[in-house]
Design a protein. Structure first.
Lengths: 360, 255
């Protein structure tokens, strides 16, 4: 039987985590995502699925708790918002370097600095360019509904374990706080320790007589060895680019103009497309679902048949650079977006497309 | 009377043997460094308690970062200062395993202060080994939180000036005051007798973990001959004369 519930995006994350068999959540309060841990504490999953929930002393501690748990082959996650995610960057680099799977949810608020608690998409670069030190990438999923907040938790874990790499759910204060209907997934059992030994032979589960000791580490002092390791990581990221690109397109088939937008901005732009179409302007929306890997090939092929593209994001212009790189100069690409916690209206987007692309 | 080499090799004349939990890798520590002795004691204890399959260790960033090369158990290498955070999650998600962290004074008492205090305060059921050599060994002998007043380092070349550099931090005393710790002790490994006592402490800490007693915290007052710019023998003497008065050996807490 379908189980449909009305819930906030942040609550959906918590519910989905329990249902998809997460072993541990470690977090630190910050607006606008505190409901994730509050919901988990309310639901007491340690009494049902056995999931561990711990309020850590900081985001630095949370991300390093993820490292410890992930190193044991456990499904571990944290959630935070922009300033807290900044604190996690060293840890994320270590997780990527040690090839550990984990899920980090960023319910983005406007920055820089303490900034605002209102929604923003200004952490795009930090998410898709690695964020911490060194050559690495994280898988980045961008939900645009509460349903996707729920669905992407499991998807993020699947991808994280498939590639042994951190996965980020890049949401924002709007999706985190708004309430929508969600179709709940059925409960999945957590992996047993025996299953972990089978699926994650690399994990620290206690050295067995029949195997070498497992070492979770990111240090390699021999530069030649470390160069090959870096190449191995890059090969993994290229494979993600070949196999894991996800996007959704609305009315792109006959479009003359394309709006590229993700997350809550894509929701607004869907309305803009309706307005533009009612005015006789053939516009379409391309919504990247994975921000890394980015739908480069799709955008490049769309560029062959359209007159221009507008990247609409709640930032001063970050994803627009990836759109430009993807289309290789074939068409004009401009940026539009409100920032600092302000959210653009569908009409503002229409006006921007008319001025910057159609008239420009 | 001279003893024949074959006589020495006889099983009944064996007085010391390498622990089977120690690997054959040559240790990279400087001569006279305490790290090697503590590593060996860890291996012996794990062997004697038959916990090789049951123990997960966490190494720090510092001279002992590659400790996982020497002791044949599963290991995780933490970011600088974060070993207690890793250990917290490991133990909570694998309560059936024994979890041991190993950290230097820069790692545990400077950059990782918050993780140390909060893990101890929550009473995480883990063992924390704290190598206090009063200096940053790995990075070339800079001042540590535990550097003594007047002690020279590359960032306190005229000696630690308390007015400017602040006071030496007695982390072990702090964690002893926290309700989450059950066993807090200060040991050393500079003599055979001291090493034996250290070994007993570590065994007790494993016993505590088995009995869910919360955090066991073992400081090992240590030498860093390279950082101190002394010979191994001078280092031991200097440690006894200068470190022990500030960091006196013995149990601070045993509940
Ligand atoms: C975030 C970060 N800051 C600084 C360093 C550089 N660093 C490496 S080891 C170390 C201090 C080591 O001293 P200690 O913990 O006392 O261990 P020892 O080497 O003396 O055993 C520092 C500062 C680092 N690796 N990471
Ligand atoms: S630098 Fe000091 S702490 Fe590091 S190995 Fe040498 S003696 Fe030991």
């Amino acid at each position: 039987m379908r189980e449909v519930r009305l819930m906030k995006g942040n609550e959906a994350i918590a519910e989905a985590a329990i249902r998809c068999g997460v072993d541990g959540y470690f977090g630190y309060p910050i607006t606008p995502q505190s409901e994730v841990m509050e919901t988990l504490m309310d639901l007491k999953p340690w009494e049902t699925t056995g999931m561990e929930v711990l309020q850590a002393e900081s985001e630095v501690a949370s991300i390093n708790m993820l490292y410890g748990g992930a190193g044991c082959g456990k499904k571990v996650m944290t959630s935070s918002s922009s300033p807290g995610i900044s604190l996690m960057q060293e840890g994320l680099s270590y997780l990527a370097g040690a090839e550990l799977p984990c899920v980090v949810v960023n319910v983005v608020r406007g920055g820089p600095g303490l900034g605002t608690i209102q929604p923003s998409q200004s952490d795009y670069f930090q998410s898709v360019r690695g964020g911490g030190h060194g050559d690495y990438n994280t898988i980045v999923l961008a939900p645009s509904s509460v349903q996707e907040m729920s669905d992407f938790v499991e998807l993020a874990f699947d991808l994280a374990f498939k590639y042994r790499n951190p996965a980020i759910i890049l949401s924002d204060g709007m999706i985190g706080q708004m309430m929508e209907k969600v179709e709940m997934k059925p409960f999945k059992k957590r992996w047993t320790n025996e299953e972990i030994e089978k699926y994650c032979p690399w994990a620290t589960t206690g050295k067995k007589k029949d195997r070498e000791r497992n070492i979770i580490t990111s240090v390699e002092l021999d530069s030649q060895v470390f160069e090959s390791f870096n190449h191995k990581l890059v090969a993994k990221y290229r494979k993600m680019e070949e196999e894991e690109v996800r996007f959704e397109s609305f009315q792109c088939e006959d479009a003359d103009y394309i709006i590229v937008a993700y997350g809550s901005s894509a929701r607004i732009c869907q309305k803009s497309i309706d307005i533009l179409r009612s005015k006789g302007i053939k516009a379409g929306l391309l919504r990247p679902i994975t921000l890394f890997p980015f739908p480069k090939a799709e955008l490049n092929s769309i560029a062959d048949r359209v007159k221009g593209m507008l990247s609409v994001e709640m930032s001063t212009g970050q994803m627009v650079e990836d759109v430009r790189l993807a289309v290789e100069g074939k068409v004009k690409v401009e940026h539009f977006g409100r920032v600092g916690g302000m959210v653009h209206s569908p009409e503002e987007v229409v006006e921007a497309l008319e001025q910057k692309i159609i008239g420009g | 009377m001279s003893i024949d080499i074959n006589e020495i090799k006889k099983a009944e004349n064996l007085v010391y043997k390498k622990s089977s939990v120690l690997t054959d890798k040559v240790m990279h520590y400087c001569p006279g460094c305490s790290h090697g002795a503590v590593n060996r004691i860890m291996a012996e204890v794990i062997e004697e308690l038959d916990l090789q399959e049951e123990t997960i260790g966490v190494t720090p960033v510092g001279c002992s970062v590659l400790l996982y090369n020497y002791i044949d158990i599963d290991w995780q290498e933490a970011a600088h200062g974060r070993a207690p955070a890793l250990a917290t999650a490991i133990k909570r998600l694998r309560p059936d395993k024994y979890v041991v962290t190993y950290q230097g004074d820069g790692d545990l008492a400077a950059i990782g202060t918050a993780e140390t205090i909060h893990a101890c305060n929550r009473g995480e059921n883990i063992i924390m080994i704290f190598i206090n050599n009063g200096i940053y060994g790995m990075t070339g002998g800079q001042m540590a939180p535990t550097t003594l007043e007047g002690m020279k380092s590359s960032t306190s070349p005229f000696g630690r000036d308390v007015a400017r550099d602040g006071n030496p931090l007695n982390m072990t005393q702090i964690v002893a005051s926290l309700p989450g710790t059950s066993y807090v002790t200060r040991q050393s490994v500079h003599t055979a007798a001291a090493a034996r006592k250290m070994k007993r402490s570590l065994k007790k800490a494993f016993e505590n973990q088995k009995n869910n007693k919360g955090t066991s915290f073992i400081e090992v007052v240590s030498t860093c001959s390279s950082g101190w710019k002394m010979t191994p023998a001078q280092s031991n003497k200097w440690m006894v004369e200068n470190m022990f008065p500030s960091y006196p050996l013995g149990d601070l807490k045993d509940e």
